[in-house]
Design a protein. Structure first.
Ligand code: SAM
Length: 239
């Protein structure tokens, strides 16, 4: 499985390195009666993933934390004192890093409950609900400096349905960012398979100074995910 390969390595302090105490392992998982093959493979991948081990040793709630570290190091997404919205926040890895790096406030939303983190105002709600944007903005003191979305819909196995649901989440996150960000603010979102759809990309290029795709090293090689980074919000056309 290509997913079991070690991540490509570059020297970034926060990530596992070859000589790190966290080493690649090859832990095999016995198939058990009643356990699906996909679960066995998932378990094996988790046990052999250096980012999972490193996240555990640093007290990060998810390996996804490393993706935000890499993206922020590269694109300077946030600054100390920022007000940030975390869409798809559970279990809280991105929020932890944002707060470690000096965010003044993080408002997070997820279908799944997030155990409390100091500095996080959390809403357990479907972001696609009509009332979600207002629920988030009600908790913000003003326009956010960064909207970050790691939203990922549970896959159904039906490719077309999964694609439609994923695109809908990305579009809703982008619309929310455009509706709420302060001028100069930033937006980052997970996208899948070849990046953002043409129409969305065009909209973001019209409303942000710089728009780029990025695949952090900590994003699994076999995963179709990548990130879209939009920097320097130009402001709402009506303002
Ligand atoms: C990849 S995880 C996020 C990991 C997180 N960034 C971290 O660092 O811990 C994706 C999250 O999106 C959430 N999600 C998916 N669809 C959602 C929706 N419609 N509304 C709210 N959250 C949603 C899932 O429940 C899941 O927790």
């Amino acid at each position: 499985m290509s997913d079991d390969k070690p991540p490509r390595r570059r020297r970034v302090t926060s990530k596992p390195k070859k000589d790190d105490s966290v080493r690649m392992m090859d832990t095999r998982v016995k198939t058990a009666r009643g356990r699906k093959m996909s679960s066995t493979l998932w378990l094996r991948r988790q046990l052999n993933d250096p980012y999972v081990a490193k996240a555990k040793s640093l007290g990060y709630r998810s390996r996804a934390a490393f993706k935000f570290i890499e993206l922020d190091d590269k694109f300077k997404l946030m600054r100390k004192g920022d007000s940030i919205v975390d869409l798809g926040a559970a279990p809280g890895g991105w929020t932890q890093i944002a707060i470690d790096r000096g965010a003044k406030q993080v408002v997070g939303i997820d279908l799944i409950f997030v155990e409390p983190i100091g500095g996080l105002d959390f809403i357990q709600m479907d972001f696609m609900d009509e009332g979600a944007p207002a629920a988030i903005t009600d908790l913000l003191g003003g326009a956010p400096d960064l909207v970050m979305s790691d939203l990922a819909a549970n896959t159904t196995g039906h490719r077309k349905t999964d694609h439609i649901r994923t695109v809908a989440l990305v579009e809703a996150a982008a619309d929310f960012a455009i509706d709420t960000l302060r001028p100069g603010g930033n937006f980052v979102t997970k996208v899948f398979q070849g990046g953002a759809e043409g129409k969305l990309l065009l909209k973001l290029k019209q409303t942000f100074k710089t728009v780029k795709h990025a695949k952090p090293d900590s994003s699994r090689d076999g995963s179709p995910e990548m990130y879209l980074v939009a920097l320097g919000f130009k402001g709402r056309p009506d303002k």
